[in-house]
Design a protein around this ligand. Structure first.
Ligand SMILES: C[S@@+](CC[C@H](N)C(=O)[O-])C[C@H]1O[C@@H](n2cnc3c(N)ncnc32)[C@H](O)[C@@H]1O
Length: 419
């Protein structure tokens, strides 16, 4: 494809993504579906340029004020993630001069918000909570996430999967905290690897694995994954139950539960019961009240802990959307808690960076349910479940994972036991 034609497509794609009407990954994949002529390297350049612009949107919009023509084209020039010679061939003389000039701007001397590229409502609480660690977090959020796999321990051993991957030219190392995890070098295509088609591995961030580990579902138990979605954690719970007992996978989204089906078939698990519920007070939930050993609430949240993968979330969320999510989180947690039998374990988790969706919800639950639920320190639960370096994974009584400290997405989890 002619360089300028690719740059124009990048401009078009940015124009669509920056309207923030839909998640960026969906807009990008729809765009590729309507542009079948694009090869894999061209798709890679377009996607990475888009993500680069989303990550540094405030800085790039500031720098782009000085140029001429369509704003999105200048943003594409600034965020270009392809070959530099190729980009040069796409630019006019005037654009080349402009880009050279803006590349000389000393960005370290610009105001803070142009350096952290976060909206104020998000930067402020993070700065207050993290102090000096704020900037390492900013850097980590602007880098790409590693590729982690979870070994399906119902079917295979971690070291055998690692050896099989190696034989196929894929290098990996054991994850430091999850006993089920492998961190793969680079981003190899895995869906044709034998070990993947046989259901021995799933792609899953180490942080997500730790949430399932913390739930510690055991053989023969009755377990509920309350917000199962496409079942990333359901599959981990089912394997840790060794395909025995009953594992209910609830979600309000039929579409997400449908995505669980092929993964379930690959996994070899037959103890999972996916159920679409209307809302968190659905009658089917009431019938199970007081009967369940473990409940994982992987609550709908702002997703701000996954900014490495979904940098558009910082522009698509707002204080209002977070406040609405908090109300939902409280309602789901209160309803899910009724399922537990005495001695049962409740786990509340999010992939949010914000205290308001994390400690805020957990502390309020502890205060409101002091008669029925005892908090369990996360470090204790992690140690019992054989997580490596459990003491490094917690803040106070809660699990708190950070990209800059742990190399995972940001996650929070709180654990209680029903009296
Ligand atoms: C963080 S995602 C879950 C991700 C999933 N556990 C995984 O590991 O892939 C939150 C899920 O909550 C679901 N959800 C939203 N409202 C809900 C409700 N009232 N009851 C149950 N699930 C709900 C959403 O459809 C979404 O799939």
């Amino acid at each position: 494809m002619h360089p300028n034609a690719l740059l124009e497509l990048s401009t078009d794609l940015l124009h669509q993504v920056l309207q923030f009407q839909a998640p960026a990954d969906r807009v990008v994949s729809d765009f590729f579906r309507t542009h079948r002529e694009l090869g894999s390297r061209e798709r890679h350049t377009l996607a990475e340029t888009t993500y680069g612009v989303l990550r540094q949107r405030l800085l790039f919009q500031h720098l782009a004020q000085s140029g001429k023509g369509e704003m999105e084209r200048r943003l594409a020039l600034l965020g270009w993630q392809g070959n530099d010679g190729f980009l040069k061939a796409a630019m006019s003389e005037q654009e080349q001069q402009w880009l050279e000039k803006v590349r000389q701007v000393d960005t370290a001397a610009l105001p803070e918000r142009l350096r952290h590229n976060l909206p104020d409502w998000l930067a402020e609480p993070l700065q207050a909570a993290l102090g000096e660690e704020f900037w390492p977090l900013v850097d980590a959020l602007n880098s790409s996430a590693p590729l982690d796999l979870r070994v399906n321990t119902f079917k295979a051993k971690r070291e055998d999967v690692q050896a099989a991957l190696k034989a196929g030219g894929i290098e990996s190392e054991a994850t430091p905290h999850s006993p089920w995890g492998l961190r793969v070098q680079g981003k190899p295509a895995l869906n044709k690897a034998d070990t993947f088609t046989k259901g021995e591995v799933e792609v899953q961030d180490e942080g997500s694995q730790l949430l399932a580990l913390l739930t510690d579902a055991k053989r023969g138990e009755m377990v509920v994954d309350f917000c199962a979605g496409a079942g990333g954690k359901t599959l981990a719970l089912g394997a840790s139950m060794r395909n025995t007992g009953r594992l209910y996978a609830f979600d309000t989204s039929g579409h997400r539960l449908a995505a669980l089906k092929p993964r379930l078939a690959r996994s070899g698990l037959s103890n999972v019961y996916p159920i679409q519920i209307a809302h968190e007070r659905d009658d089917r939930i009431k019938r199970l009240a007081g009967k369940i050993d473990r409940v994982l609430v992987d609550a709908p949240c702002s997703g701000l802990g996954t900014l490495r993968r979904n940098p558009d979330m910082k522009w698509r969320q707002s204080p209002q959307s977070v406040a609405e999510l908090q109300a939902k989180q409280e309602a789901i947690l209160a309803s899910a808690a009724r399922l537990l039998k005495p001695g049962g374990r409740l786990v509340y988790a999010t992939c949010s960076l914000l205290d308001s969706e994390n400690e805020g919800i957990a502390d309020a639950f502890t205060a409101a349910h002091a008669r029925d639920f005892t908090p369990v320190p996360a470090v204790e639960a992690l140690e019992k479940a054989h997580a490596g370096g459990a003491g490094d994974l917690v803040r106070g009584p809660y699990l708190r994972l950070w990209p800059h400290r742990h190399g995972t997405d940001a996650f929070f989890a709180a654990v209680w036991e029903r009296r």
